[in-house]
Structures are given as structure tokens and as C-alpha cells.
Design a protein around this ligand. Sequence first.
Ligand code: PBG
Length: 326
Amino acid sequence: MNHLTRRPRRNRKSDVIRDLVQENHVSVHDLIYPLFITEGQNQTVAIPSMPGISRFTLDRTLDEIGQCMELGIKTFAPFPNIPEAKKDRFALESKNPEGLYLKAVSEIKRQFPGVILATDVAMDPYSSDGHDGVVDNGEIINDASLEVLGQMALAQAQAGADIIAPSDMMDGRVAHIRNILDKHAFYNVSIMSYTAKYASAYYGPFRDALESAPKHGDKKTYQMNPANSREALIEAELDTAEGADYLMVKPALSYLDVIKLLRDNSNLPIVAYNVSGEYAMVKAAAQNGWIDGEKIMLETLLSMKRAGADIILTYFAKEFAQYLKK
Ligand code: PBG
């Protein structure tokens, strides 16, 4: 036997030592909880492909936020489920101050001034085409989309949004939104840009939740090709120059290398979106008894922190906070 001077196992010899040398942690302060809001009252509609996640009417959304606040979750990303009859080519419902989303934003902020809301800017929940931009002859028209997205962002800021989160992937939208916000003196409203958002099949359950799947075609002319990582640096460079306050990578789990890449090339906070399909896979396997759902949740969130994410948008937020309280 050689004499072993270096024994990495010494740093793993007990719980206390392991805690002492632990490099990364997940805290409730790092998490943003997405919420699906639907019209009506007193209703909670389970989403079959996302066990544990529901669409809530506004009254129930407020209850849910109250519970999460008690658990220490204070930042939320609401998304609207808009009835088909209110959708059109130009997503006009997104600017309706009496519409579901803007009313929800102002009501949440009124009841919970301490809550931070990161609102979604993209056309798909309100678009009769189910696309994130304006469709003309099957094509997504970039600059016409910017007009709509800018107005949507302004309406959200007026409703009380703290952070505007454009998820549309149109070119130039961060600069366009920053400009409009500043013109209306919303200097303190932040922009959390979906910087490297990939054309991913992992969004399937989310599109079930919002009934927002594209009616035709796919999103490959605006969302990124999953094969590319250098391209994420181009997006990051542009978003940074255009005034983004946060850079997001989405999905997260199959894109940990992209999270790391942006971490190493930017000093802005990096956000990972642990998307619906990633959540659904864990839940499905756990329900079958094939994995330990709770341990996989913890390991998954930790992997995103280790890759370099400061913040994680995750459907596990509430469950994670409940786990901590146990
Ligand atoms: C669309 C949007 C999507 C998600 C967030 N915003 C889906 C898409 O691009 O089709 C997906 C989130 C998830 O899967 O959890 N603007």
C-alpha cells in the first residue's frame, strides 16, 4: 500500500464537515415561482401534465401568493390563460387594463406590496396564431412585433410590474422596451431578458397550461437551435448592450453548459428557467415510484446553482420551501 497523503474523503467524513465545505446552496431567496392565472372566480384547475401545479382564478392566486409569502417565496412570474375568443393577430387583449392579466398584476401588488412580480412579455398567450410575434403570411415579423411588445411592457409597468421579462426572442426587444419604459419614467422597472431561449420540446406542459401552442409552424425562426452555444454569447452581448438587468437561459437542465457559459462571460445576474417539461419528467417518474422525487428536486435545483445560476424560475419553488420548513 502506498502512503496516501491526499485523501479527499476527509472532507466528507461527517454531516457537519460536509456542510462546512459545501460550495453551493439553494435558498428560497433564489427562487421565482411561476403562476398560471385564469378568468373566473373560486376555481383551481389542475394541469394534468404538471402534477401539483394548477391554474388559479385571481382570488385563488392571491391565496396561493399568501401561502408562498409565509414560506419565504416573494417573487412570482404570472402567466395568463386567455380564452380563445379574446385572442387575435395583434394580441390586443394584452393591453386591456380591464383584462385578466393587468388586473391581476395590479391587484396582487395592491394586496401584497412586498411581492416582486416578473411579468411575461410575449404575444403567444393572447395570439390567435399562438406565436410570440406578429404573423404575416406564415412569417413572424420582427419589427411589427416590437411595437406590440413595447406597448405590452408599458401596460404591465403601469399596472405595477417590478420586472419586465420578455420571453419572445424578437431582435432588439430589450432596447425597444427599455426606451419605452424610460420615456414614461419607469426608470426603476427592470428587464429580465430571456436571453438564450431555445426552441425546445420541454415547453409542452406549459403550452397545455396556457392553451397557447402555435396553431401552425414552430418557433424555430426566433427561438435558438438547441445545437448552439456560441450563439448564446451573441444574444447575451446584445441584451447587455440594450440594457438588460438579468440574463436568462431556458430551458435549464439540458442547458447547464449555457448557464455556465453566460456566467463566465457576464457579470449580470444569471437566471435559469427550470421549465415545465423538466418538472413534468421528475413528477412522472416520482409518481411511478421510479425515483425519489424530493431528492431529485433538490439535486436538480442545486445543479443549476452549481452551473452558475443566481436565480431559478421553477415550479418546484413552493414544494422546495415546504421541504425546508419540515
Ligand atoms: C412563451 C413562453 C413559453 C414558456 C414561457 N414563456 C413557451 C414557448 O416559448 O412556447 C415556457 C415555460 C415552461 O415550459 O415552463 N412566451
